[in-house]
Design a protein around this ligand. Sequence first.
Ligand SMILES: [Mn+2]
Length: 336
Amino acid sequence: MWDEIIAIINNHQHFVITSHQNPDGDAIGSELGLAGHLRKLGKKVKIINHDPLPPSYRFMGRKRWVKRFSKSKHSKVIAEAEVIIVVDASGGWKRTGNVGEFCEKSTAIKVCIDHHPDTADFADVAVIDTNAAAAAELIYDLLVTMKADFSKQMATALYTAILTDTGNFRFPKTSPHTHEIAAKLIEYGADPFQAYKMIYEQSTPNRVKLKGQVLANLNFAAEGQIVYFGITHAMLDACEVKTSELEGFASLGQEIKGVRVIVYGLELGDGRVKLSLRSDDTVAVNKITAEYGGGGHHGAAGATTQGKLKTILAEVVQKVIALMATQLPAETEPSR
Ligand SMILES: [Mn+2]
């Protein structure tokens, strides 16, 4: 499955790696793990993303290793790259934001490595495995196939990617292989305690207070099977919390018994609302985000749309109710 990609890596020198907008732990960790290996092979590698490196992921590598796309600085690099590798983002160049239009125009060979169920026909070569719990699992497999020498930094990046994308090894795609990979990465120097602390225990007091405010005002529908809430720009201003600090808010309410779907809307302050949907995997919430031009998995999906927060939340909740009526009822015992 990796032959073609390995041949491409071996035969070229200049690489650009990118991923989706609003990069998560899997996007950044996969990029850094792969880049670490390519650099060890003596390749020239640039990681270029639409967004800046979120501060919470800085511990995975040096800040300068992950660049925020700038037309003046990077359009030439992208145009002249021999190979562009997109990780954790199939579904087309639009998923990669501003980087995408330059990647599309580049004459580079385009490679996609991902675990999302989206089409990848924008790439020349794609390895898509929807059974992988994280794109980083696929990167790990590629690196092992290439007999990579894992540094502590590469192991930390890939471990953190898997940690975050599996919701701490509990989402349904967490497999024996996921744990085998994690075990190896710990051997290679990843520190589970440190990774958890750096990802989940770096909140500001204001962030925790905003969380409290959200939890105190959760809304319920479908007899408690749906939790929904919105965060307005005014709430962020009042609490002095930045949108970049809201990682993890999409699963608020998940701990409540009987909840199958969480609908979360965030006012972006420019007339747009960012929607994040979560489900216990019995409801394919990506069907709903697709209607808003977004993507994702059954259990976690997102989209950005135009309109009033309250109206959009009400509309999405109705869509979830309709979708739940067409799908299997929740199991009495959770599947995970
Ligand atoms: Mn992922």
